[in-house]
Design a protein around this ligand. Structure first.
Ligand code: HEC
Length: 301
C-alpha cells in the first residue's frame, strides 16, 4: 500500500516536471513572439509623441530572475521592486556573474505578468535579446530603463493592475558568434555616482523630458547637438554639427566654450573621473515622450 502511494507520488512529480519543462521551452517562443509584437527588442522603443504625461496612478514593478540549467551564472535583480507613476521613467539594475573558468555567452528572455500589462510595459534599454558574453569569473551590473505606458489607466480591463512583475531568464546561447560583451554596461558604481553628481550639478538646469534653463537630456547620447525640439539653443550649438558621442560629451563637460565657441552652458566639470561617471549616467537616460528625439539626426553638411 505504502509502496504504491510512493510510486504514485513519484509518477505525479515526474509528470509535473515534464509539464514544466515543456512550458519553459514553449514560453521561450512566447517571449520571442511577445518581443516581436511589442517591438521590445532591447532597442530604443519609439513612443508616440502623444503619449500622455506622467500621471498620478502608481504601480509597483517587481523583478524576478532565473537561470536555465546548463548556464553556470549567478543572475539577480539588485532591487526587489520599484514604485513608479505611469509614464515615469525608471531605472532598475541586475547583476550577472560567470561562476565558471571559461567565457560563456548567454541569452536573456523576459516576460511581464499579468499578461494584460505586457503591452503597456515599455523597456527602453536592456540587455535582452542580444547574445551576451561574460568572461570567466567576471561580474557585471546591467541597467534596464523602462516605463509603464499611461494608456494603461484608460484600459478598463487593466483597472485592477497595481503590480507588475518583470521576469528574466538567462539561457546558454546556442549562437555565441557576434555576441556583445556584457562588460559594456560598465559598473553601477560609475552610473550611480554619476546620478548623484548629475542631481547636484546638472539637474537644476536639465530635466530628462522637459526643458528647463537647459535642454532635456533624455536620449542625449547618440543625438545631434542642438536637436531637442522646442528648446531655444544658441546658434553656435545648433549649427555645431556635433553628435553627442561619449567622446564629444567628455570634451563638452570639460569645457563647453572651448569645444563650441559661443555655446551658452555656463559650467564645466574639471574632474575627469566625475565626467566619466556623469557620462555613464547620461547613457542610462532615454527620452520617453518625444519620439523625434529617439532617432539621432545626421549631422548637417
Ligand atoms: C546653469 C545651467 C546649466 C547647468 C548647471 C548645466 N547645463 Fe548643460 N546646458 C545648459 C544650457 C543653457 C545648454 C544649451 C547651450 C546652448 O544652447 O549653447 C546646455 C546644453 C547641454 C548639453 C547639450 C544638449 C543638446 O541637446 O545639444 C549637454 C549634453 C549638457 N548641457 C549636459 C550637462 C551636464 C551633464 C551638466 C552637469 C554636469 C550640465 N549640462 C549642467 C545649461 C546648464
Amino acid at each position: 500500500m505504502r509502496g504504491m502511494k510512493r510510486a504514485l507520488t513519484i509518477g505525479l512529480l515526474l509528470a509535473i516536471i515534464g509539464v514544466m519543462t515543456g512550458l519553459v521551452s514553449y514560453s521561450v517562443t512566447l517571449y520571442r513572439l511577445f518581443c516581436q509584437v511589442t517591438g521590445a527588442g532591447g532597442t530604443t522603443q519609439r513612443v508616440d509623441a502623444d503619449t500622455g504625461p506622467v500621471i498620478a496612478r502608481e504601480v509597483t514593478v517587481y523583478f524576478d530572475t532565473n537561470v536555465a540549467p546548463g548556464l553556470p551564472w549567478r543572475f539577480v535583480p539588485l532591487q526587489r521592486s520599484i514604485k513608479v507613476h505611469l509614464g515615469e521613467q525608471a531605472l532598475a539594475y541586475f547583476e550577472a556573474e560567470n561562476l565558471s573558468s571559461t567565457d560563456i555567452t548567454g541569452h536573456a528572455t523576459f516576460n511581464v505578468t499579468p499578461d494584460k500589462a505586457g503591452v503597456y510595459f515599455k523597456k527602453i534599454q536592456c540587455f535582452c535579446f542580444t547574445e551576451e558574453r561574460l568572461e570567466a569569473y567576471k561580474k557585471v551590473e546591467m541597467p534596464v530603463t523602462f516605463f509603464v505606458d499611461p494608456r494603461l489607466a484608460a484600459d478598463p480591463g487593466a483597472a485592477d493592475v497595481n503590480q507588475i512583475t518583470l521576469s528574466y531568464t538567462f539561457f546558454r546561447s546556442a549562437r555565441p558568434e557576434g555576441a556583445e560583451d556584457l562588460a559594456r554596461f560598465g559598473t553601477i558604481a560609475s552610473a550611480a555616482a554619476g546620478k548623484t553628481l548629475f542631481e547636484s550639478q546638472c539637474a537644476g538646469c536639465h530635466g530628462i523630458d522637459t526643458a528647463k534653463a537647459g535642454p532635456p537630456l533624455g536620449g542625449v547620447v547618440g543625438r545631434a547637438a542642438g536637436s531637442a525640439s522646442g528648446y531655444p539653443y544658441s546658434l553656435a550649438l545648433a549649427q555645431s554639427g556635433v553628435v553627442w558621442t561619449e567622446t564629444a560629451l567628455e570634451r563638452w563637460l570639460a569645457g563647453p566654450q572651448a569645444m563650441v565657441p559661443g555655446a551658452l552652458m555656463p559650467m564645466s566639470i574639471a574632474d575627469e573621473s566625475a565626467r566619466r561617471d556623469i557620462i555613464a549616467y547620461l547613457k542610462t537616460l532615454v527620452a520617453t515622450r518625444q519620439s523625434e528625439q529617439a532617432a539621432p539626426k545626421p549631422p548637417p553638411g
